[in-house]
Design a protein around this ligand. Structure first.
Ligand code: 13P
Length: 241
């Protein structure tokens, strides 16, 4: 199956001109026979400029309700712009205080409005070192997926993003990612009796290591730093022609 490749631009670029340049360089460099589903997730403020221009566009976060919620951007708003994907529960949001209860509501809102949520889960270095990875991931899944029913689960993409591998250049050993993927699959099989949920990997992915994750069975990538460097990003995509 073709991999899903998410470019998460995070809080970049800093202005519209640089955004336009980055977007057009990526678009120009796209391999003609790309056998992957590519989704670019820019900051909210650039979504309107970039949707409907030939690349799939997603958001980096969402809010689960319309109404008196100052500063929030709802799933309905994202949908009205043509977004089909939303990152939910990124570790950078969790580190800023986002709780599983809110992540759960965001997931449910995405599912209700038929946007594909990319649920990010992952352990910190301290948790990995104290052999808590499996417990932490299970707990995140349990809380984040609470009340989500079987018919919806296959619409969610799960991104394994070990916190210690994000932006550090210390990518997770593909064999470790493989073990985690099997653990997530086992959990979903137990709970939902399905094998169809896509599991992708994020954390210091580059052109050199990307294929190793595919070989380890990961079904796609969520890429931060390298998605801001058109040459490197295209080099990653070139692995999938
Ligand atoms: P890096 O690719 O910069 O490690 O970031 C990964 C990430 O957080 C994607 O969501």
């Amino acid at each position: 199956m073709n991999p899903l490749i998410i470019g998460n631009w995070k809080c970049n670029p800093c202005d519209s001109k640089k955004t336009e340049k980055l977007f057009s360089e990526i678009k120009k460099g796209l391999p003609k026979k790309l056998k992957a589903k590519l989704v670019i997730c820019p900051p909210f403020i650039y979504l309107k400029d970039l949707t409907g221009r030939g690349l799939e566009i997603g958001a980096q976060d969402c809010f689960f309700q319309d109404g008196p919620f100052t500063g929030q951007i709802s799933v309905s708003m994202l949908k009205s712009l043509g977004c089909k994907y939303v990152i939910v529960g990124h570790s950078e949001k969790r580190a800023a205080g986002e709780k599983d209860k809110i992540i759960n509501l965001k997931l449910k809102s995405c599912l209700e409005k038929r946007l594909v949520p990319i649920l990010c889960i992952g352990e910190t270095l301290k948790q990995r070192k104290s052999n808590q990875t499996s417990k932490i991931l299970r707990r995140q899944l349990e809380k984040d997926l609470k009340g989500i029913v079987k018919k919806d689960i296959e619409s969610i993409v799960i991104a394994y993003e070990p916190v210690w591998a994000i932006g550090t250049g210390k990518a997770c050993d593909p064999e470790i990612a493989k073990v985690v993927k099997m653990m997530i699959k086992k959990y979903l099989r137990e709970l939902y009796k399905t094998d169809k949920v896509k599991i992708i990997y994020g954390g210091s992915v580059d052109a050199k290591n990307a294929l190793e994750y595919a070989e380890a069975g990961m079904e796609g990538y969520i890429i931060g730093g390298m998605s801001l460097k058109p040459k490197e990003f295209i080099a990653i995509l070139n692995n999938f022609c």
